[in-house]
Ligand binder design. Structure first.
Ligand SMILES: Cc1cc2nc3c(=O)[nH]c(=O)nc-3n(C[C@H](O)[C@H](O)[C@H](O)COP(=O)(O)OP(=O)(O)OC[C@H]3O[C@@H](n4cnc5c(N)ncnc54)[C@H](O)[C@@H]3O)c2cc1C
Ligand code: HEM
Length: 459
């Protein structure tokens, strides 16, 4: 919960574009865009269910921009605009007190707009800084139009599940500016304020437009009934759900998930299968100590319970335009999306070598080894190597290795004609990228989920 009480009530700042005007433009825009969509040729879908609606899923090569990508793009950006310079000054000043600014921002938001409190989870400890951080990063890179538009459009669509409405944006903007002006006292001026207003207006407009456009093609969330719940170890469950309407996604992606026991607490989970003809979705969930959602999913959820799912996300998907092999490294429940990728390659019907390294702390933690070995038997192009840190392993068969995943990958390289896929805790992603580059895979052919997201999920 916010800790810094707002001691003064700043005058409302009537400088943001009234949302009514923004909203009014939406029906026209939606109609235009729907017409464009209908006129566009429909691509043939690969095998699997035929969803009634098409979700916007980018080709993996055009990776979904994360905050990391937005940051990285800044280094190659042309000289900053006057607004960007003013905004960066504010950022430099507030950086050392970012925690205080965040607390003040939320305190102000909830005091001045108590109705908005209901949109947020009861406890905001874990992710409190993410909204604020994204706002600041987006404002800082307000000159990088393309990457910002893609990042913010994705964010805007994702906000539909929170119940965010266009007229909430000015409230957040006013509180953001009040918090900044209170803490960036040296660099704040009329010009700075005007630069922030322009930046925030542009940011929110992109998010509002993307959400409005998405309304025509996808629900804000899906209800999904749990149809099976299988405890594989004392703290890992394989949970299968039936969404209330078709759920289009690609193998290797993840969703956000909310349980009925912790309303408005959303966490990410990877799909553990490629799209199935029966439309069911599976997840591998590991209960982490004191974890809200993971413990509910592993220890409380039962068949018949209904959870909510947000839209699919992530760019760790198979590039079917290349014949390169796939080197897949999955640690713990990180094997879930890797299994989905293997199924995707199998469904696609083109033989490409797929080498899977499946890591776990102990033999006992290889909870999905039987499935992976069965897949290996079915497909001659697939090799599965279990890697157990505290070996030896009896379950993994002759090909098992004792040691750490990155060392095992190095031992079996080089893998020059391969694309790489990495999934697991952030520590594994970092050491895994080094190992993969070391065995001959260029960094731009290594895919993994956002380290920033994973770090905020815990190591
Ligand atoms: C892209 C993506 C995909 C993911 N896919 C999966 C998946 O397929 N299966 C899966 O089980 N999880 C997955 N996660 C992690 C998941 O989103 C949650 O973070 C995790 O389940 C913990 O949530 P929680 O609500 O139970 O814990 P929280 O209430 O968020 O955390 C409670 C405490 O536990 C710590 N913590 C969080 N995670 C861990 C951990 N792994 N080990 C030790 N301590 C931890 C936190 O820092 C915090 O102190 C994924 C995360 C991301 C970003
Ligand atoms: C214009 C700027 C905004 C930006 C850049 C922004 C950014 C973010 C980010 C990065 C997150 C983290 C989770 C995610 O990725 O979905 C988030 C969560 C959230 N945002 Fe926003 N947001 C903005 C505006 C708003 C507005 C106007 C509202 C409505 C009041 C809102 C409500 C929420 C809620 C309820 C959450 C979930 C919080 C949680 O899970 O703890 N956001 N936002």
């Amino acid at each position: 919960m916010p800790t810094t009480a707002p001691d003064a009530q700043p005058a409302p700042r009537p400088f943001f574009t009234p949302p009514e005007r923004q909203a009014e433009r939406q029906p026209e825009r939606q109609a235009e865009r729907q017409a464009e969509r209908q006129a566009a040729p429909q691509p043939e879908r690969p095998t699997g269910p035929r969803p009634e609606r098409e979700t916007v899923v980018r080709h993996p090569v055009a990776a979904e921009p994360t905050l990391e990508a937005v940051e990285a793009a800044a280094s190659s950006a042309p000289p900053a605009s006057p607004d960007a310079i003013l905004i960066r000054r504010t950022m430099a000043e507030i950086e050392p007190v970012a925690d205080k600014v965040t607390s003040y921002f939320y305190a102000l938001l909830f005091v001045q707009h108590p109705d908005l409190r209901a949109l947020f989870p009861a406890s905001m400890d874990t992710q409190r800084d993410r909204l604020f951080k994204a706002l600041l990063t987006a404002a800082k890179h307000v000159d990088d139009a393309d990457i910002l538009t893609e990042y913010l459009s994705h964010l805007g669509r994702g906000h539909r599940k929170y119940g965010t409405m266009p007229d909430h944006y000015p409230a957040v903007g006013e509180c953001l500016l009040s918090a900044l002006s209170r803490y960036a006292t040296s660099s704040w001026s009329k010009e700075t304020e005007e630069a922030w207003v322009r930046a925030y207006t542009a940011i929110s407009q992109i998010m509002i437009d993307a959400a409005a456009e998405n309304e025509a093609v996808a629900p804000a969330w899906w209800q999904a009934e749990i149809v099976s719940h299988e405890l594989r170890t004392p703290d890992i469950a394989v949970v299968t759900v039936r969404p209330d309407q078709p759920y289009p996604f690609l193998a290797g992606q993840y969703t956000s998930l909310e349980t009925p026991w912790w309303p408005r607490v959303w966490r990410h989970y990877s799909f553990a299968s490629a799209p199935r003809s029966d439309g069911l979705l599976s997840f591998h969930v590991k209960a982490v100590p004191a974890g809200w959602v993971s413990n509910a999913m592993v220890h409380r959820a039962r068949p018949g319970d209904v959870i909510r799912l947000g839209a699919p996300s992530g760019s760790m998907t198979v590039d079917h335009a290349t014949r390169n092999g796939l080197l897949c490294v999955g640690g713990g429940t990180g094997i879930a999306p890797i299994k989905a990728l293997v199924e995707d390659v199998a469904q696609h019907g083109i033989r490409r070598p797929v080498d899977v390294f499946y890591g776990a702390r102990s033999d006992h933690d290889l909870y999905d080894i039987d499935t992976m070995l069965r897949l290996e038997q079915e497909h001659p192009w697939l090799s599965v190597r279990p890697v157990v840190a505290n070996g030896p392993t009896g379950r993994g068969g002759a090909s098992s290795v004792t040691g750490q995943l990155p060392d095992a990958v190095r031992q079996y390289g080089p893998f020059r004609e391969y694309d790489a896929y990495l999934s697991g805790p952030p520590g594994l992603i970092r050491s895994g990228v080094d190992a993969l580059v070391g065995v001959g895979i260029p960094a731009d052919r290594i895919r993994h989920d956002s380290i920033e997201e994973l770090v905020s999920a815990g190591d």
